[in-house]
Design a binder for this molecule. Structure first.
Ligand SMILES: *[C@@H]1O[C@H](CO)[C@@H](O)[C@H](O)[C@H]1NC(C)=O
Ligand SMILES: *[C@@H]1O[C@H](CO)[C@@H](O)[C@H](O)[C@H]1NC(C)=O
Ligand SMILES: *[C@@H]1O[C@H](CO)[C@@H](O)[C@H](O)[C@H]1NC(C)=O
Ligand SMILES: *[C@@H]1O[C@H](CO)[C@@H](O)[C@H](O)[C@H]1NC(C)=O
Ligand SMILES: *[C@@H]1O[C@H](CO)[C@@H](O)[C@H](O)[C@H]1NC(C)=O
Ligand SMILES: *[C@@H]1O[C@H](CO)[C@@H](O)[C@H](O)[C@H]1NC(C)=O
Ligand SMILES: *[C@@H]1O[C@H](CO)[C@@H](O)[C@H](O)[C@H]1NC(C)=O
Length: 393
């Protein structure tokens, strides 16, 4: 997770350099004595700044708590001087200033987002993470047609997945994690040209849509939602972009689809804390960029394949709390390969801290047929409740 955000920040910096070179100039507000005079001389209260003024004042009215006084200087028409508000030359007319960014991260502000925010039609970045904004997103956000980054994480937004974000044509970065969005994840989300999708730690339900297609995201984090169902084979369609897939604690069931082996750019695959059964697909041995693989806390069984342990970039392989019964060659000595690993609570006869013989025998009593339980066969992508695993050779 940590890694995802840092790698994304690099992307963000590159984006800023390419897309809004002038952004930085505006971040540095003039400190000399004449700046006020200069601003007044150049201050052309253009219609767009006036709209922004209306929007920001309407917002201030529905801010009920601002313990760090971030909005206390939101007074008067000079919106470019407001804390957290960043102006830049307009994309369509470089001679006029417009509000291009809002950054109120970590302000602990309580309030909600009013309809008037739709007036901020020049906004490229909207970052309000770690506040106490609540309620639902106004539909007028659809008017923010230049928005590239929307970070609403760690707030108290509620309701169904905010479909309005799907209407934003230039959106690249969507961060809705740590809110209380509920209900299904729309399949349209995967048809959008996004670089990153963070929806973890919400109350989203329903299966991962079986018609995932067209997504260009490099990072997808669904962790800590109750999606249920299985990971559909159509995940393979994300092969040309996906680098990190985090499905921790999403109530996934069924066998891990061998199609994950098509995700050749993958660096992080984490399906821990689910109800997966059956073997680790051999196809994962094709993922030569894979650095972190975590399948811990499932009901997986069978042999740990040699090809996975020989992956050139593997740094951490966690497979504890499953029912694996054997490890091929290099998997027996991951310490020697300088790979961090956790093999506890399996059925590995030679290793310490394993499950009891009784538990292991019970688990291997009923075989699992992954071919028969192929994900996506039933209309809704759901599988019957998983039987206890077995795949002992
Ligand atoms: C700004 O004005 C103050 C007094 O009004 C003066 O002491 C200071 O040197 C001035 N700074 C600049 C950069 O002109
Ligand atoms: C400030 O304004 C005065 C006269 O208007 C001018 O002489 C001076 O150079 C200006 N200083 C700066 C830092 O622009
Ligand atoms: C914010 O403003 C209030 C009232 O002016 C003041 O009591 C409080 O200490 C300020 N808080 C911060 C963090 O500056
Ligand atoms: C996926 O299927 C659902 C329901 O069958 C449909 O409403 C949706 O448009 C489809 N999405 C894509 C991206 O094809
Ligand atoms: C997990 O998903 C299954 C369906 O696959 C469902 O029956 C079960 O209630 C879900 N678990 C929780 C804790 O909601
Ligand atoms: C594992 O490999 C390391 C280095 O190759 C070696 O020193 C160590 O003895 C091996 N351990 C076992 C249990 O084979
Ligand atoms: C390996 O990854 C797991 C989570 O996937 C983490 O808990 C553990 O600390 C990592 N180990 C090392 C040595 O980085």
């Amino acid at each position: 997770m940590h890694q995802s955000s840092s790698s994304f920040s690099i992307g963000l910096v590159i984006f800023l350099l390419h897309f809004t070179c002038s952004f930085h100039r505006l971040l540095a507000k003039s400190k000399d004595n004449n700046s006020t005079t200069l601003e007044h001389r150049h201050f052309d209260p253009n219609a767009r700044l006036h709209q922004a003024y209306v929007a920001l004042q309407a917002w201030k009215l529905v801010i009920y708590s601002d313990p760090s006084n971030r909005t206390s200087d939101w007074v008067g028409p000079s919106v470019c001087d407001y804390t957290g508000v960043y102006c830049a030359p307009s994309v369509d007319d470089p001679h006029i200033q417009v509000v291009a960014g809002i950054d109120l991260n970590h302000a602990d502000i309580a309030g909600f987002l009013p309809d008037e925010l739709g007036l901020l039609s020049d906004l490229a970045l909207f970052h309000v993470n770690s506040n106490r904004f609540c309620g639902i997103l106004p539909l007028t956000l659809a008017k923010l047609t230049l928005l590239h980054e929307l970070d609403l994480s760690n707030n108290r937004f509620v309701g169904r997945f905010p479909m309005v974000v799907l209407d934003l044509p230039f959106l690249k970065y969507l961060d809705l994690r740590y809110n209380e969005f509920e209900g299904p994840l729309p399949s349209e989300l995967f048809a959008k040209d996004l670089d990153a999708i963070f929806v973890n730690n919400n109350r989203l339900t329903s299966v991962i849509p079986s018609n995932i297609s067209g997504s260009t995201a490099s990072v997808i984090v669904f962790a800590n939602n109750n999606l249920a169902g299985c990971l559909p084979p159509s995940i393979a369609k994300l092969a040309d972009s996906l680098e990190e897939l985090l499905l921790i604690n999403t109530n996934l069931s069924g066998c891990l689809t061998p199609e994950v082996g098509f995700l050749y750019k993958l660096r992080v695959l984490d399906v821990s804390f689910n109800n997966l059964v059956g073997p680790i697909p051999y196809s994962i041995a094709r993922l030569e960029h894979l650095e972190q693989l975590d399948v811990a806390h499932n009901m997986m069984s069978g042999v740990i394949p040699a090809g996975i342990c020989s992956l050139p970039n593997l740094k951490n392989f966690t497979f504890s709390y499953n029912y694996f019964c054997d490890e091929e060659g290099p998997c027996q000595n991951l310490t020697g390969k300088e790979v961090a690993f956790d093999d506890r609570q399996n059925c590995l006869p030679e290793k310490k801290s394993q499950r009891s013989k009784k538990d292991c025998e019970a688990a291997y009593a009923n075989p699992i047929d992954c071919f028969e339980n192929h994900c996506g066969d039933s209309a809704d992508g759901m599988l019957p409740p998983p039987p206890l695993p077995s795949a002992h050779p």
